[in-house]
Design a protein. Sequence first.
Length: 139
Amino acid sequence: MENVRGLTNSLTIPGMPEWTGLLILVVGLLCAAAFLLMPFSVFGVKARLEAIEVQLDEIQAEIRSLALRLSEPELPPRPPITEDYIEPPASYAVSSSRDQAPRIVPPVPPPPIFPDSRVARQAPSPRAEPRLDWPRHRN
């Protein structure tokens, strides 16, 4: 009971009786319920759906009539195709050199050529590279 009194007190409009806020709330809820329960035909949706259905029926009938008009008469069966075999020319004849299997062993690469290490150490290189004998232990 206290919840109802608290609700009516929060809905009261200043300068009006206490029950006016509750009356406005009830009227608003009734309008919302009527809007939700109202059939769609009141809004004109039913008439629009019927018009679309009529248009769809007309389109389907037109497609059927076009399909009947454009249907081609059946053609007489074609005679079977005969396959004529032509011998290949002599240049395509099988030769013994063609029939050999490919070589299985890969080719042997040439031995590597190493540069002379003494000549390479004496000539200054334009690129700075670390020495392989570095660091030297000095006794």
